[in-house]
Design a protein around this ligand. Structure first.
Ligand SMILES: C[S@@+](CC[C@H](N)C(=O)[O-])C[C@H]1O[C@@H](n2cnc3c(N)ncnc32)[C@H](O)[C@@H]1O
Length: 293
């Protein structure tokens, strides 16, 4: 931020018409996105981040009324008008359609013994719980796992076992499928987290990238030959998505990239890549690898 402000000060001060000021975003993000997407798309992204998020989710119990998903069978968009009757949400997990696509895609890949290393509060667990897998749902945060537990009780996740542990020391030997829904800068979900944009910094990005690499390396050791590793983030930043995936592939030749199960229009080079202003859902990234050696 300081560098941007210094440059602006030197050039005669803040221009009120600067898009990042008008649309209330940090200057660093504007510069980053403008150089990657071009001016118009970067503005569209900031406008998207300032829009009111949709309310929707997946009914895991009785059918729920609502408009159908843009991409996913069974997804339902609800009206935001008035107060929601809690009874109408029984069995319903509220989440963005993109998050639901990641959860369902991860659940569709084969595997009877599944480990999620970053499970709380359970957005992906909700999908694993209705598959025929036995799932170990791990997270290092007690507070967030308490939310997982509340969701588990509400939705009856009988085949999912909660564990509080750090992803660097997974207390298991082998699994058919390991899912790393990693901590990230969250630039794909700023529409839902109004303050998160102000937490952006290069230092935070580097910290996230390092944690993600560590979690990927530790998780990969658990995947049995023929099993699957899934990595996902709700970030648009290449360092946390494509580049993280490419670095993993260079370090782990025994893993071959598969095609993430999701609608074709959202998949590039086998990876789920969502750009919110274009696809009209939150920005998520997901990639899967099969262990071949
Ligand atoms: C993106 S969130 C997971 C969201 C969850 N999968 C869902 O769909 O609801 C990332 C999670 O990683 C957890 N986390 C961060 N660092 C971790 C680590 N070293 N080991 C295990 N969990 C970690 C955080 O507590 C947080 O709950």
């Amino acid at each position: 931020m300081n560098a941007v402000l210094r440059r602006l000060a030197a050039s005669g001060g803040l221009e009120p018409e600067e898009p990042w000021i008008r649309l209330s975003h940090p200057g660093e993000l504007w510069e980053r996105w403008q150089s990657r997407y071009g001016r118009d798309s970067a503005i569209k992204l900031m406008e998207w981040n300032n829009s009111i998020p949709d309310l929707g989710g997946v009914p895991f119990g009785a059918p729920v009324e609502g408009a159908p998903g843009r991409y996913m069978d069974g997804y339902r968009y609800r009206e935001r008008a008035g107060r929601l009757d809690p009874a109408s949400l029984a069995g319903f997990y509220v989440q963005d359609e993109a998050a639901a696509l990641v959860g369902r895609g991860a659940a569709e890949l084969p595997g009877r013994l599944v480990v999620e290393t970053c499970a709380a509060p359970g957005g992906k667990t909700a999908h694993l719980a209705v598959s025929d897998a036995l799932t170990v749902s791990m997270d290092r945060s007690v507070e967030r796992m308490m939310q997982w537990k509340a969701n588990s009780r509400r939705l009856g996740w009988e085949s999912c076992m909660p564990v509080i542990a750090d992803g660097s020391a997974i207390p298991l030997r082998e699994a058919d499928k390991v899912i790393v829904d990693a901590p990230c800068t969250g630039t794909g979900v700023f529409r839902r987290r109004n303050d998160a944009r102000w937490g952006w910094s290069d230092a935070h990005l580097s910290e996230c990238v390092e944690t993600q690499s560590m979690l990927l390396d530790a998780s990969s050791a658990l995947v049995r030959p023929g099993g699957w590793l899934v990595y996902s983030v709700c970030s648009l930043e290449p360092e946390e998505s494509f580049e993280q995936a490419a670095r993993f592939e260079r370090r782990h030749e025994g893993f071959r990239r598969g095609c993430f199960p999701a609608p074709e229009v959202l998949v590039r080079d086998g990876m789920l890549c969502i750009f919110p202003p274009e696809h009209r859902v939150d920005g998520h990234f997901a990639v899967c690898w099969e262990r071949i050696a």
